[in-house]
Design a protein around this ligand. Sequence first.
Ligand code: SF4
Length: 211
Amino acid sequence: MNKQKRLEILQRLRDANPNPTTELEFSTPFELLVAVTLSAQATDVGVNKATRKLFPVANTPEKIIELGLDGLKSYIKTIGLYNSKAENVMKACKMLVEKHNSQVPQSREALEALPGVGRKTANVVLNTAFGWPTIAVDTHIFRVSNRTKFAMGKNVDQVEQKLLKVVPKEFKVDVHHWLILHGRYTCVARKPRCGSCIIEDLCEFKEKTEI
Ligand code: SF4
C-alpha cells in the first residue's frame, strides 16, 4: 500500500473518531494496568463487569494486597484464566509497592518486569495511561493491518515494527485504538463488513463482501 492511501485511511479513521480510547474502564494508570492484565483472552465487556465491582473496593496496590489472593479471585472469577491472572496481579502489586513507590512506572523495561505484563500490555499502558506513541498489536490490529495491506507482517512483532515505521507522527498515539475498533466492529474476523466500511475504496483486500 502506498503512502498516500495510508494517509487517507488514517485521516478518515480520525475524522470518524477524533478522540479514540480503550473500551476498558479505568480512571488511573494502576486501574488500567490491572484491567489490561485481566483482559488477555477475555473481552473488555467481561473485564469491565468485574472491575466495576473490584475498583470501588480496591484500586491501589496496597488495597489489592489487603484483599488477599482469595479475595481478589472472588472479584475476577468470571474472567478466563482468573487463577493465574490473580496471582500475577498480586505479585505485580507487591513489586509496585516495593520497587516503585506504589506507582505504575513510565518505563517499558520496568513494566515488562512486572509479572503478567508482556510487551503488548506495556504498550497499552504506555500509550493509553501516559500518551506514548506505542502501538500494541493484538489480534484485531494484526488482522486489519494484513488484510488491508496497510502494514503487513507474519507475526505481531513484524506488524508493530511496520506500523511504527509507516504511521506518521501525528497519528501514532491514536492509531492503535482506531485499528482495534475497526477490527472489532467493521473488519471483523469471519466476514468483514466491507459494504459499510469507511475505507473500502482504499483497502486492498481482494475478497471484499457486500454486507
Ligand atoms: S473493506 Fe472490508 S476488508 Fe477492507 S478494511 Fe473494510 S471491512 Fe476490512
